[in-house]
Design a binder for this molecule. Structure first.
Ligand code: FAD
Ligand code: SF4
Ligand code: SF4
Ligand code: SF4
Length: 396
């Protein structure tokens, strides 16, 4: 058999690389009941060329090890305003602005109409805001890879960002190295489906009886760097939601809602398919307390000479120090292994169509509030900052 066949859902990450590569347009991405996309082959159109198999990152996931890489850095953007709009230390925006200043283009995940999340192409600096911030859902790649190839062939600088499986999907699709391509992946927990996110948005709209126009997973206005989301309604009002007290967010963080391939992720390791890997530097306070910043610190892995170069060229915009990758991995499990599949995953999507948003999120996605979480919520932010300062002082 020379064509892709999905016998086990754990073996397809939904990158769409096979569908974009197929010379006969024989592959269509079809949504399953849970809302994840899988390839479906039209046997009439297929000529058995085998390109879909060759391009699949779940079948061809090997990444070349490079001498002296990866290098782990604690890093942050010097521009506070840019960092406030970013999930962690705001390094993505520095690399993206550099690319556009050099007449290049940037590809990444953006909300589009109706709060869909898709990969788009950005050529203007003022539009980069669309890509800033993590969207904790699977971004739809549509037919973006051929556009990347065209830009590369036209000698444009391209910065492509995404989950590591999307980066490997692109690299397999291109099937050759391009000097003008720079790739950034993320340390990746896993992704829920867009169907789940849509149902959740509906749940919130019904709860507050208002239309939602914006959903920001990693808002820093109220609590600084952390896991607070901000929902903005059509009438201009907004609400901050703590991840511990939210059905979508808490189930995401507890690994209950991911695509099946995420529990079988080939990319949850220190050797990565990109030039630079971006992550939150959780635990930075305990190892580099002088570098801690309440508005965010990133951990990055520099994986190639190209990654090194782009950081050198942007050194005036960032602060960085070398760090210990083993320590960083101990605080960020997905750098070394995939998320563990919990039993709850067996049934979490089962009644997504049958139950109303209210019943579904209150019953199936209900979450536990532990006393520790409750006490944490009651502690005023000023006191939390004082505790962090004391911790920094004690570590000095
Ligand atoms: C699904 C997902 C899971 C993650 N899991 C972890 C984790 O376990 N540990 C950890 O340390 N960090 C994780 N991250 C990364 C983290 O949330 C930040 O994105 C990272 O710290 C970079 O932040 P930044 O401040 O440099 O830039 P930001 O401006 O926050 O980064 C934005 C970049 O993320 C990309 N992006 C946003 N949403 C998506 C998406 N849905 N799919 C693909 N690309 C997307 C954008 O294209 C853009 O390039 C995850 C990110 C995502 C999207
Ligand atoms: S074998 Fe070739 S023609 Fe058939 S589905 Fe795969 S890529 Fe398309
Ligand atoms: S992982 Fe990507 S390339 Fe492989 S079968 Fe799934 S969608 Fe196709
Ligand atoms: S966990 Fe792995 S398979 Fe899932 S989206 Fe992230 S990189 Fe892809």
């Amino acid at each position: 058999m020379n064509t892709i066949e999905i016998l086990d859902k754990r073996n397809c990450c939904g990158c769409t690389s096979c569908a974009q590569k197929c010379p006969k347009n024989a592959i269509e991405m079809i949504e399953d009941k849970e809302g994840f996309l899988f390839p479906s082959i039209n046997k009439e159109k297929c000529i058995n060329c085998g390109l879909c198999i060759k391009t699949c990152p779940m079948l061809n996931y090997e990444v070349e090890e490079k001498e002296n890489f990866p290098k782990a850095l604690a890093i942050k953007n010097k521009n506070q305003a840019e960092k406030m709009k970013s999930s962690s230390g705001g390094v993505f925006i520095v690399l993206a602005k550099y690319t556009i200043k050099n007449k290049g283009v940037v590809y990444g995940a953006s909300y589009t109409d109706g709060l869909n999340v898709e990969h788009i192409r950005i050529a203007k600096e003022e539009e980069l805001i669309k890509l800033q911030g993590s969207k904790y859902v699977q971004s739809n790649m549509n037919d973006v890879y051929p556009y990347v190839k065209k830009d590369l062939q036209n000698n444009k600088k391209v910065l492509f960002t995404g989950t590591p499986c999307q980066i490997k999907g692109l690299k397999n699709f291109l099937d050759k190295e391009y000097e003008n391509l720079i790739t950034c992946d993320l340390v990746c927990h896993g992704v829920p489906s867009q169907k789940l996110l849509k149902k959740y948005i509906k749940f919130l709209e019904e709860k507050y009886n208002k239309k939602i126009i914006k959903y920001d997973f990693r808002n820093k206005e109220k609590n600084g760097w952390g896991l607070t989301s901000k929902v903005t309604f059509e009438d201009g009002t907004f609400k901050y939601i703590n991840s511990d007290f939210d059905p979508y967010y808490s189930n995401f963080l507890n690994c209950n809602t991911y695509r099946e391939s995420c529990y079988n992720c080939k990319f949850a390791q220190k050797i990565r398919p990109s030039d630079i890997t971006l992550a939150d530097y959780w635990g930075v306070l305990s190892i580099h307390n002088e570098f801690y910043d309440e508005n965010g610190v990133s951990l990055i892995l520099v994986n190639s000479e190209k990654g090194n170069e782009i950081l050198k060229e942007n050194k005036e915009f960032i602060e960085k120090i070398e760090t210990n990758l083993d320590y960083a991995s101990s605080r960020n499990k997905n750098l070394i292994s995939p998320s563990t599949r919990p039993d709850k995953r067996n049934y979490i999507y089962n009644e997504i169509d049958e139950l109303s948003p209210k019943v579904y999120f209150r019953k199936v996605l209900k979450y536990k509030v532990t006393p520790k979480k409750f006490i944490k919520l009651l502690v005023p932010n000023e006191l939390k900052r004082c505790i962090k300062k004391i911790k920094r002082y004690k570590n000095d």
